[in-house]
Design a protein around this ligand. Structure first.
Ligand code: ZN
Length: 452
């Protein structure tokens, strides 16, 4: 016992600015066996905590919890030419993201059965640089697979209410969604929904050609608003936990507020592209900006920020969804033909910080939306916060340093992002996973199971 107590810590990080639950504090954070075991006030000139390795942050650096991104499309196996566990988790590590949860679609097979989940785990196992969890999928006819997938450790289930973009992951009807919600409520799991209504979109003008305004008109706010109303109604009826992914239409904020006030178990996410980009600025033919639902107008963007500040939107995640250049530029600038998906996993924090700073929103709120809040969504109690007992996942961030995004220098597979050439504030200098610097040369992440 005495020996164990006398043993030095594996790591101590000392910094003037450590983001703890109460805000930024000068502190020393001690780590043993990958966990935070002690946090002490920084004692300048006095006794320090002793460790085998000491990291002393520079004056312009702050220590943040590792970010948690619960919306990443890794696409492996099956579409590894779009992205993969190797490149996606390298991009995550470079961006300060120490945990991702992989979406069930765009990989082949889609994660709609235990067998598909096990196959994904097999291919991911030796190549992940950060911790990786998995979503399952709800598609027509796989109701009997949901409970076994919960038992196998998925963090919840995704469904679509309109065509998903890939044929092997079909959408469900509202009634099928409700049936899934009943199973999911019983299993104490979570349903996350791509909420756009196919009927509203079918009735809207068809997207074609290089004009962004045409694409925007093809995916109206009303399509999201109608689908979100359906999710709220079914969640209310079943008592299931439901989550709206990538909210773009700020017109839905009043019904979200009302549902939350009524006690419906509803959470909502949005993404950096809806908060930092504006439809008015998207150049015609620039299909790097295409995503569904779309980037909307400036007034909508302001309202989404207000929704975040008011707590109606709970969290911010990337919806990193890359594809090959052939798909992203299909049709040579035709918004009807190009793949819809934005690649931004590595630069989420500087994107959010640049815009938040401009709006007078403090860094600690941004970090909450990108770490503790997504960790809470999926029940990862030891992630997303710097506290005793938590995982020693850290980001060393220099909030005042600026840089220019170079798509070719980002670690995801293809050098495409709508942010290419943008000047951003805040540089991720280092990322630590379980108390160790992430090594680009090898995988050191773990595959996570819910409840373990
Ligand atoms: Zn997505």
């Amino acid at each position: 016992m005495l020996d164990a107590l006398a043993r030095p810590y594996d790591l101590v990080v000392r910094a003037e600015w450590v983001l703890l639950e109460g805000g930024f504090t000068a502190a020393e954070v001690a780590v043993r066996d990958g966990r935070i075991v002690r946090i002490a006030p920084r004692n300048r000139g006095g006794e320090h905590l002793q460790a085998e390795r000491v990291v002393e942050l520079a004056d312009d650096e702050v220590l943040l919890p590792g970010l948690v991104d619960t919306h990443v499309h890794v696409n492996e196996p099956g579409r590894t030419e779009w992205e993969g566990f190797d490149s996606a988790t390298r991009a995550a590590a470079h961006g300060g993201v120490t945990t991702i949860v992989d979406m069930p679609l765009n990989s082949v097979p889609a994660t709609v059965s235990v067998a598909a989940l096990e196959e994904k785990r097999r291919v991911a196992a030796d190549q992940v640089r950060v911790d990786v969890g998995f979503w399952g999928g709800v598609v027509p006819g796989n109701l009997d697979e949901l409970r076994p997938m919960v038992d196998a450790g998925v963090f919840g289930f995704k469904c679509f209410l309109l065509h998903s973009g890939v044929d092997e992951f079909p959408e469900v009807t509202p009634d099928e969604m409700e049936a899934a919600m009943r199973v999911i409520a019983e299993a104490d799991s979570l349903l996350i929904v791509h909420a756009e209504d196919g009927h509203v979109i079918d009735a809207a003008p068809h997207a074609h050609g290089p004009e962004y305004a045409g694409f925007l008109a093809s995916r109206p706010r009303a399509a999201e608003d109608a689908a979100i109303a359906e999710v709220i109604e079914r969640a209310r009826r079943t008592g299931a936990r439901a989550h709206i992914v990538h909210l773009s239409s700020a017109d839905s904020l009043p019904q979200i507020a009302a549902a939350k006030a009524d006690g419906v178990r509803l959470t909502v996410e949005t993404c950096p592209h809806y908060l930092t980009l504006r439809a008015e600025d998207v150049p015609n033919g620039a299909t790097a900006f295409k995503c569904c639902p779309p980037i909307r107008e400036d007034d909508n963007r302001d309202a989404l920020w207000q929704g975040l500040e008011d707590g109606l939107i709970d969290l911010v995640v990337s919806d990193h969804s890359p594809s090959t250049p052939e798909m992203k530029y299909a049709g040579d600038g035709d918004f009807g033909q190009a793949w819809g998906g934005i690649a931004s996993l590595q630069i989420g924090l500087p994107l959010m910080w640049t815009e938040a700073h401009r709006r007078g929103i403090p860094l600690e709120r941004v970090v909450h939306w990108m770490s503790a809040a997504p960790a809470d969504l999926v029940g990862l109690r030891d992630k997303g916060r710097i506290r005793v007992g938590g995982a020693a996942d850290f980001v060393v961030f220099a909030p005042e340093e600026t840089f220019t995004v170079d798509a070719a220098a980002l670690a995801h597979r293809h050098p495409i992002t709508p942010y290419d050439g943008r000047e951003l504030e805040g540089v991720v200098r280092r990322t630590l996973l379980s108390g160790a610097p992430i090594d680009d040369a090898r995988g050191q992440g773990r595959l996570l199971r819910r409840g373990s």
